[in-house]
Design a protein around this ligand. Structure first.
Ligand SMILES: [Zn+2]
Length: 252
């Protein structure tokens, strides 16, 4: 393994080689190589659209137009974006029979697009899904895209004229209990949790790796920048996920 610059890589390979109960916990950093910026980074989306106004659940309930302005601005970012090598590396890990689940803070559907078939717990929802807040009819993504591109005003339900909500968790909106329970179940039942591209600043999602650790799992962090939870990591690597992750998983 002398060819690797970071000796942690060879330790990670050894750990992953001897476990068949691995869970991945992914955050915004796994999608930056797909052209989706981390909204929190300097110059990121949140500096243009203050999330407390544009992505705030209580504001949305009163004045939904701000949220829809944000979603309209997101269209070009997401429209041609595809999963990258890091998402695909998790598919390889699954094919080796080692990955049991993915818990993600992302809403971009890239794990599914990459071909992941293990259970995917989407703590913050999935932007491809939407529903009518009045009659609960599921609304197709295409209907919303067409509306935002061609019509003015906020999209309304084709069935009852009610208000539509994209199935993503906004600020001040609680995460559904069943999702947290499912994530907790996978966290407490894994031997290794790979924490990939998450700054671990968002509560309660950031508690999931800690639950895994308390239940005896090893935590392997791969992030671009240090996080305030690095002290809990068994191994921590700083670098690009789309380079590190395929390198590690292809060597198992
Ligand atoms: Zn409706």
């Amino acid at each position: 393994m002398g060819e690797y610059f970071d000796p942690q890589i060879s330790i990670a390979i050894d750990l992953l080689r001897y476990s068949n109960k691995i869970v991945a916990f992914t955050g915004a950093g796994i999608s930056t190589a797909s052209g989706i910026d981390d909204f929190r980074s300097p110059g990121g989306l949140w500096t243009q659209f203050n999330p407390l106004k544009y992505a705030n659940y209580s504001v949305f309930l009163k004045t939904p137009k701000y949220y829809w302005q944000l979603e309209k601005a997101l269209i070009p970012k997401f429209e041609n974006a595809k999963p990258n090598k890091a998402h695909k590396a998790l598919v390889s890990l699954e094919k080796k029979g080692k990955l049991k689940a993915i818990i993600t803070q992302n809403i971009d559907n890239f794990h599914q697009d990459a071909g992941s078939k293990v259970p995917i717990v989407e703590l913050h929802g999935n932007m491809n899904h939407a529903y009518c807040m009045d009659c609960y009819t599921p609304i197709k993504r295409n209907y919303i895209l067409k509306w935002l591109k061609r019509k003015s005003g906020i999209p309304i339900c084709p069935k009852c004229g009610g208000r539509i909500k994209t199935n993503i968790v906004l600020f001040n909106e609680p995460i559904a209990e069943d999702l947290l329970e499912e994530a907790t179940k996978y966290a407490e039942d894994c031997e290794i949790m790979l924490v990939l591209g998450s700054s671990l600043t968002v509560f309660p999602a950031n508690q999931i790796p800690l639950l895994a650790r308390k239940a005896g799992a090893k935590l392997i962090f791969i992030n671009k920048d240090p996080t305030f939870m690095d002290k809990y990591a068994t191994l921590r690597m700083l670098g690009n996920l789309e380079t590190y992750l395929p390198m590690i998983i292809n060597s198992i």
